[in-house]
Ligand binder design. Structure first.
Ligand code: DX5
Ligand code: ZN
Length: 219
């Protein structure tokens, strides 16, 4: 059974981002979640491939690039070249999801399809046959530090059932508002990969907090 913890470094202290990433790694992080926002698809602007490549040079854990940008096809090769191992795109703005996920795989990365809280799960049913992972948003994308949308727990169960029914082996990742209070319940409901931003970096001790969350994942 895979259970992975992915710190979302967007919520980190960017003056000391290298140190903060190292703290998460010492605490047992499994992959680094890298949120890319363009100010168009979502109302916030973050980082791009250039910054990712600097992290790649120092970090051997897989980097999970979550693309919240318009026209992601245009930028996917740059992200893979910069060192992203996992690349996910939103179903809400990708018209040819089979083409885009196949493209990511051809470039040698794991391909993920992301779904927003307001989008029916049926929109990604077909993609479960060829995605490596589904990223279920449990907040509306754009910012870290938002409150977990409770309905996401039911959606996790429905998604897991859908995956089993289709005999798909794609992983289920969840992102947004996960803290020590609810991490065990999202894992119980079906999450294989858990993204945590402010639930790690709001702490004075990101290493200890990562370790605690890892224990809760397996509790
Ligand atoms: C939201 C991002 C999330 C977010 C997670 O658009 O995709 O990855 O940074 O942060 P928390 O855990 O604070 O909700
Ligand atoms: Zn994210």
């Amino acid at each position: 059974m895979v259970k992975l913890l992915a710190p979302s470094i967007l919520a980190g202290d960017w003056w000391n981002i290298g140190e903060q990433i190292e703290a998460c790694i010492r605490g047992g992080a499994d992959l680094i979640h890298f949120d890319v926002m363009d100010g168009h698809f979502v109302p916030n602007i973050t980082v791009g491939p250039e910054i990712l490549s600097h992290i790649r040079k120092r970090v051997s854990l897989p980097i999970d690039a979550h693309l919240m940008i318009e026209n992601p096809d245009r930028y996917i090769p740059e992200f893979v070249k910069a060192g992203a191992d996992w690349v996910s795109v939103h179903i809400e703005n990708v018209p040819h999801i089979h083409r885009t996920l196949s493209f990511i795989r051809e470039l040698g990365a794991k391909a993920g399809v992301v779904i927003n809280p307001g989008t029916s799960l049926s929109a990604i049913e077909e993609a479960l046959h060829y995605a490596d992972y589904v990223l279920l948003m449990s907040v509306n994308p754009g910012f870290s530090g938002q409150r977990f949308i409770e309905r996401s727990l039911e959606r996790l169960v429905l998604l897991r059932d859908m995956r089993d029914r289709l005999n798909s082996d794609c992983l289920i990742e969840i992102d947004g508002g996960i803290k020590e209070e609810n991490i065990a319940s999202v894992v119980r409901a079906g999450a294989d990969v858990v993204v945590v931003g402010s639930g790690i970096f709001a702490s004075e001790d990101p290493e200890g907090q990562t370790r605690k969350l890892k224990e809760l994942i397996f509790s």
